[in-house]
Design a protein around this ligand. Structure first.
Ligand code: SF4
Length: 395
């Protein structure tokens, strides 16, 4: 008996060992195609299908009906959406690259509720019960009145969806990038690009490879109401492979769309400075550099030498202390901790140290977030208050 148990244990150990080996090999070979979700779980595929509840009261699982996919859809803004999925990506604004990812779970109903509030005309007719997320999304995307409502209002009213707290809209005529410094380790843009590629989004068919999208260049001109527009949240405009002509076109559009404020953030400050003389630097362009810790102070010096009228620093993700910053000529400072899978912790004394330097030099200070794996829960209060200061806008 003792022999059998020993043999049995050996078999179990072997299975475990080889199972682990297979897992590690798979991660090494194809892991990059399966970026982890914010909660750390790794989705291995996306199924878009209508679902029904299992009638067994002890089960009640949602079962996908894979043959009942929706028919061909004509509206470009709803093409990304297929109902009844475990996760839906609703592309709400094609030109400005805004998406809502909603997991069809009870815990996501709060998000659906807030979505509902953005569509006041719908909210009077639709009430969301906890288990009616599918129905709600279906109505939202296919209801004729909603389409008319959408069209009449124009997408300028949909600006609330950007993930960036200090901006309103993202404009991405460029997507994809390569890593250049410590702050890039858990790049959000990379995760997002791979996810959208996996979901079949044509704009991300190259995944995270640097790609220019000329057809999006003129989008800000169509947005008639003044907005704060973040330029290239999915890339870095001064990446070495972006042609100078393309960067100049981006600047020309920003100059033409004078009623908006444009925010650009780069880690490639040297190239930005190299191109300084061939860029027009209109008044409505805010130019920023990312500084993760004191190793990257050179970027601030580079920024200072450009012709940008409004210069800012983003200490995000803040990865170390930043004493004795030269803030001369700097108009705005943002600080944030890292969030998402694998995030590195930020320390309160690092944040306070930067804030106090801003207070001494009378520079607007914006504390974006503590970060962590649950960004929303960690919040953005510092010593009990929000720090939301921004430079004064000219419009
Ligand atoms: S520079 Fe920005 S977009 Fe590019 S890899 Fe680094 S974090 Fe990502």
């Amino acid at each position: 008996m003792g022999e059998i148990e020993r043999e049995g244990n050996r078999l179990l150990e072997d299975v475990k060992r080889w199972g682990q080996w297979v897992l590690e090999e798979a991660k090494r070979e194809i892991g990059r195609f399966y970026p982890p979700d914010p909660d750390g779980s790794i989705p291995v595929g996306y199924i878009w299908a209508r679902t029904v509840r299992c009638q067994n009261p002890g089960c009640m699982a949602e079962i996908p009906l894979t043959l009942s996919l929706l028919p061909e859809m004509g509206e470009p803004d709803s093409r990304q959406f297929l109902e009844g999925s475990a996760r839906v990506a609703l592309q709400i604004d094609p030109p400005f690259d805004r998406y809502i990812f909603i997991e069809n779970k009870l815990s996501r109903c709060a998000e659906l509720e807030s979505l509902k509030n953005e569509f006041p005309k719908l909210s009077s007719r639709i009430s969301i019960e906890n288990n009616e997320a599918n129905l709600y999304l279906h109505d939202l995307c296919y209801n004729k009145n909603w389409k008319r409502y959408w069209k009449n209002k124009g997408w300028s009213d949909m600006a609330l969806y950007t993930q960036i707290e200090w901006s309103e809209v993202s404009w991405n005529p460029l997507t994809g990038c390569t890593k250049i410094s410590a702050g890039c380790k858990n790049c959000y843009a990379e995760r997002m690009a791979r996810r959208l590629q996996a979901m079949g989004n044509s704009r991300y068919s190259n995944g995270f490879k640097l790609t220019t999208h000329e057809y999006l260049l003129e989008e800000p001109l169509k947005l008639k109401k003044p907005h704060i527009i973040f330029v290239n949240s999915m890339s870095d405009l001064f990446h070495k492979d972006v042609p100078v002509g393309f960067i100049q076109k981006v600047f020309a559009i920003m100059e033409k769309a004078y009623w908006h404020q444009f925010q650009i953030l780069t880690k490639r400050s040297r190239r930005m400075l190299e191109l300084n003389n061939v860029l027009s630097w209109p008044d409505n362009v805010w130019m920023g550099v990312t500084v993760e810790n004191s190793d990257y102070y050179q970027r601030i010096d580079n920024l200072r030498q450009t012709g940008a009228k409004l210069k800012f620093i983003s200490f995000e993700p803040l990865l170390g202390p930043c004493p004795d910053i030269n803030l001369e000529g700097i108009h705005w400072v943002i600080v944030g901790g890292e969030s998402g899978p694998g995030c590195r912790p930020v320390r309160k004394d690092w944040i306070i140290e930067i804030r106090d330097q801003c207070l001494v030099h009378n520079i607007p200070f914006f504390f974006k977030q503590w970060g962590g794996t649950n960004r929303k829960k960690a919040g953005r209060l510092l010593e009990g208050k929000k720090w939301d200061a921004m430079p004064v806008l000219s419009h």
